[in-house]
Design a protein around this ligand. Structure first.
Ligand code: NAD
Length: 477
């Protein structure tokens, strides 16, 4: 079985301790590879390499950085099938979806290849006309990157792309469940010409033992984290010690609103996408479906019909549409949330239980008449469960939708243009899907408000997160 090393200062090698840990295929429970189990000693070597390389890398030509990113995009596209198979093997999503993630992830490299040579500045005169104000933009400095397991390629791409474009060096810790795709991506970036020491990767089964030393090092100037709100809070507190720039892409509890004038079939298709993409294991997954009472019955029945027809299987199997959940804990959490809702009076339209056999499979589920006190109303389900809550008027729907500490994304389905704008503006979120169940797009600023995070990834805003302004005051003589 292959054992993968750490990548520090341009060299692959074992962890200082010599320890390794196993990566499992969630569809079968089998170990598919071993990876080096880094600790504090490895972490220190990695951040020192990033710190030592920062000054040279800051001075590299924007075009050189852009071309590394462009080549990375091309290599990823050429190896799309291979990368998709790796994502499916370690994460579980069906191959077709894994391929979609590869395309989506690759696009960030193409986008930021183009951004690298568009880093601007500003030049103005002071109000009294006596001083030139020249604003330049430079890299913020060495960055700590930490990613979750649910999009093993895209989450790294959204951070590494802009960091390279801006001229930042990096230390990167992928999720322990899915390190293999990140290691493959690291090899591709190296092949594309990324110099030694710019990207340093430490895999570990002890996240705090690696990320902690990076945060307290005094070398790292920024943290970019995607993951749960609880870990995000912890890292923000650590960032405060060294006053580090922070980007946080945290949890969600997305409302999905279906108004009485919605095109119902379109709303059902949008719901299938917003709920079932990634088996519901996405921060953008629709978590609460608020449906006007006059169409709630028909919507529930149609959604139930669509979800129960999906083929649940090992993601690598032909025709698989829904794969396993990431691990036993993930499956048991979904099970408890459904049992709690049913215990409080929700009715099961379809699904409602785990599937027998090996792997962590849960049946696509629709729950009708879910009461407001059900735990899944205030918890990220992270599974294929669609709870439906009827509403009577628009104001009530918006109030219920905003009644959460999170604010990442919301979805609204209506054929009334004024209403679409009105609800879109009233939702306390960073992104709104209007008659669509998909908002992710490399050209758009992805991110949330409230406990869903700070900052944006992608779009024109994406590179700003990795740039610092400096202003030169130049008197006019
Ligand atoms: P998680 O917070 O458990 O883990 C995320 C990363 O943090 C992993 O790499 C993990 O090893 C690391 N980590 C865990 N404990 C740590 C610690 N003490 N110190 C430093 N690092 C630590 O989240 P997860 O279960 O991997 O991912 C699911 C979560 O991610 C969900 O809440 C989901 O909504 C969120 N997510 C958000 C976005 C977004 O863009 N907003 C995208 C994808 C996932």
């Amino acid at each position: 079985m292959t054992t993968h090393g750490l990548f520090i200062d341009g060299t692959w090698g074992p962890a200082a301790s010599g320890r390794t840990f196993a990566v499992e295929n969630p569809a079968t429970g089998e170990t598919i590879a071993m990876v080096a189990d880094g600790d504090g000693d490895d972490a220190r070597r990695a951040i020192e390499a990033a710190g030592a390389r920062q000054s040279d890398w800051s001075r590299s030509a924007p075009r050189e950085r852009g071309e590394i990113l462009r080549r990375t995009y091309e290599i990823i596209m050429n190896r799309a099938d291979e990368l998709a198979a790796l994502i499916t093997a370690e994460m579980g999503k069906p191959l077709a979806e894994a391929r979609g993630e590869v395309m989506y992830g690759a696009e960030f490299f193409r986008w930021f290849a183009e951004e690298a040579v568009r880093i601007g500045g500003d030049h103005t005169l002071s109000g009294d006309g006596r001083t030139r104000i020249l604003v330049t933009k430079g890299p913020v400095g060495p960055c700590v990157l930490v990613t979750p397991w649910n999009f093993p390629l895209a989450m790294g791409a959204r951070k590494i792309g802009p960091a390279v474009a801006a001229g930042c060096t990096m230390v990167f810790k992928p999720a322990e469940q899915t390190p293999l795709t990140s290691l493959a991506l690291t090899r591709i970036l190296t092949e594309a010409g990324l110099p030694a020491g710019v990207l340093n990767v430490v895999t570990t089964s002890d996240p705090g033992g690696v990320v902690g030393p990076w945060m307290s090092s005094g070398i790292a100037r920024k943290i970019s984290f995607t993951g749960s709100t609880d870990v995000g809070r912890l890292l923000l507190a650590q960032a405060a010690e060294n006053v580090m720039r922070s980007s946080m892409e945290l949890g969600g509890n997305a409302p999905f609103l279906v108004c009485e004038d919605a095109a119902l079939d379109r709303a059902v298709e949008g719901a299938v996408t917003a709920k079932m993409r990634n088996m519901g294991e996405a921060c953008t997954a629709a978590n609460r479906f608020f449906v006007h009472r006059s169409v709630a019955g028909e919507f529930s029945a149609k959604l139930g019909e669509r979800l129960s027809a999906l083929k649940v299987a090992d993601g690598a199997a032909r025709g698989a549409e829904v794969g396993p959940l990431i691990d036993r804990a993930g499956m048991e959490k979904v099970e408890q949330l459904v049992d709690d809702a049913v215990g409080r009076g929700a009715s099961v339209v379809v699904g409602g239980s785990r599937l027998s056999g090996s792997g962590y499979f849960y049946a696509p589920t629709v729950l009708a008449d879910v009461p407001p006190d059900a735990a899944l109303m205030s918890t990220e389900i992270f599974g294929p469960v669609a709870p439906i809550i009827p509403f009577d008027d628009e104001e009530e729907a918006v109030r219920l939708a905003n009644d959460t500490e999170w604010g990442l994304v919301g979805y609204v389905f209506t054929t009334d243009l004024d209403r679409a704008f009105r609800i879109g503006e009233a939702l306390d979120v960073g992104m709104v899907g209007v008659n669509t169940g998909l908002v992710s797009n490399p050209g758009a600023p992805f991110g949330g408000v409230k406990h869903s995070g700070l900052g944006r990834e992608g779009g024109r805003a994406g590179i700003e997160e990795y740039l610092e302004s400096k202003y030169l005051a130049i008197p006019r003589s």
